[in-house]
Design a protein around this ligand. Structure first.
Ligand SMILES: C=C(O[C@@H]1C=C(C(=O)O)C=C[C@H]1O)C(=O)O
Length: 416
């Protein structure tokens, strides 16, 4: 956490005080459109590593790229892979530092020098901030309306409920945005530190312009093993534990909404996986702002089972995206209605976010509970969405979007 406060990471992925921090940029690439996953995967596969052997080291150690991929293929935002020049991997087995120097530079940059460049140093084998560096303050921000006023969202929910009543689809996820504006650039480090502290069960992330703390894992790849955490079905934290059980586990509307999300993931991953198993019944995930219905899914990559060439984790993520947790059922109908009803460009929000290492391991979450830095970092655009099913009420869905924005609002010192 102390490191996060001091440094301004170009990439971050932290949970329970462990994870990855990327500093600076050694190489990066951007992609757009329907081929964005494949373009990024090819770029990453094209690297050769001449560093020490990584075999046996924890996932994420070594050269690791941070990924942010847009929700939609028509977004005007870019999807990105960023390979930092310095990667700090804090794992159960210890901390590893990886420095990345492009081969054509033909020079060794001492790790101490790389650390110093980012306000850090090694002291008795531990990475610490350089003494005397002033902590970066988060400027005070003002909450402003996003692309549309609140009533636009209520109307969109109403229209979604009508489409469901007309049996055009079963579920769709509608999102909206809001803006936190400051007079000076908002430093990502302290925001990430607050999120990692207050939402330690979530994956606190940064990749490119997007940052937040997501509770949802689209797909985690460890060698041949797959893991995912599907969330859908939400109640505010204020209902308490007993209320959450009654309103989530014992509520058919929420259970159905949740099942659709789990089924979409299982179906979409089926072509690339084997032995997929979903936990049943779903658990209740307790977070500081909300409770969710939550299902963990495990499986194996089918290419590994068949002894075939390994598939890039970015292409596994492409298969999995978008689940009904952030889009709807059936996918194509929901995606079409989202486009006409939301009238926002989701950018990286609700798209895949995370990292991929040089051995095919990856954590790819869903970019939720966060925001996108804009306007020279003086503005953070927050996003949140809700699953709409038969009987959803516009006012309570709007309230749920505010509850889902709470992690980022809290990190900015804002309340709502
Ligand atoms: C869309 C969001 O969250 C998703 C929607 C949920 C729901 O509608 O119950 C729950 C978790 C996420 O899968 C968001 O946080 O913005």
């Amino acid at each position: 956490m102390e490191l996060l406060e001091a440094a301004q990471p170009s990439g971050a992925w932290i949970r329970h005080g462990q994870g990855l921090l990327g500093l600076g940029v050694a190489a990066e690439t951007a992609a757009a459109g329907a081929d964005r996953f494949a373009t990024l995967a090819r770029w990453w596969d094209g690297f050769t590593w001449e560093g020490p052997d990584l075999e046996g080291l924890p996932a994420g150690v070594g050269p690791t790229a941070f990924a942010s991929i847009t929700y939609s293929s028509d977004s005007s935002s870019a999807s990105r892979l960023i390979l930092p020049e310095l990667i700090i991997a804090v794992t159960e087995q210890g901390t590893w530092l990886t420095g990345v120097v492009p081969a054509d530079e033909e020079r060794e940059v001492p790790l101490q020098q790389l650390l110093r460049r980012h306000g850090l140093q090694l002291q008795d084998g531990v990475v610490v901030p350089v003494p005397g560096a002033a902590p970066t303050a988060v400027p005070s921000a003002q909450l402003r309306a996003g692309t549309h006023p609140e009533h636009h969202y209520r109307n969109a929910v109403e229209a979604g409920v009508t489409a469901i009543a007309e049996r055009r689809l079963e579920k769709l996820v509608l999102a909206r945005d809001a803006v936190a504006a400051a007079d000076s650039p908002i430093p990502p480090g302290p925001l990430l530190a607050r999120l990692a502290r207050d939402y330690s069960d979530c994956w606190t992330y940064r990749a490119g312009d997007v940052l937040g703390a997501t509770p949802e894992m689209l797909v985690q790849v460890r060698g041949e093993e797959l893991f995912a955490r599907v969330l859908a079905g939400t109640v505010d934290r204020s209902v308490g534990e007993q209320g959450a059980r009654e309103q989530l586990v014992e509520n058919p509307k929420q259970r159905n909404e949740h099942t659709l999300a789990v089924e979409s993931l299982l179906e979409q991953l089926a072509p690339v996986s084997a032995q997929l198993q979903a936990q049943s019944p779903p658990a209740v995930l307790e977070l500081p702002n909300v409770y969710h219905l939550s299902t963990d899914v495990t499986g194996r990559l089918s290419c590994a089972e068949a002894g075939a060439e390994p598939i890039s984790p970015l292409l596994v993520a492409e298969r999995a995206h978008p689940t009904a947790a952030i889009c709807g059922t059936p996918t194509a109908t929901a995606a079409g209605l989202i486009g006409t009803l939301e009238e926002i460009d989701r950018g990286p929000f609700s798209g895949p976010v995370g990292w991929v290492d040089a051995r095919g391991n990856a954590d790819v979450g869903i970019a939720l509970r966060g925001g996108v830095l804009e306007d020279g970092d003086r503005q953070l655009r927050l996003y949140a969405g809700c699953g709409i099913v038969a009987g959803s009420e516009p006012a309570s869905e709007l309230a749920e979007t505010w509850a889902k924005m709470r992690p980022m609002l809290g990190a900015l010192g804002l309340t709502r």
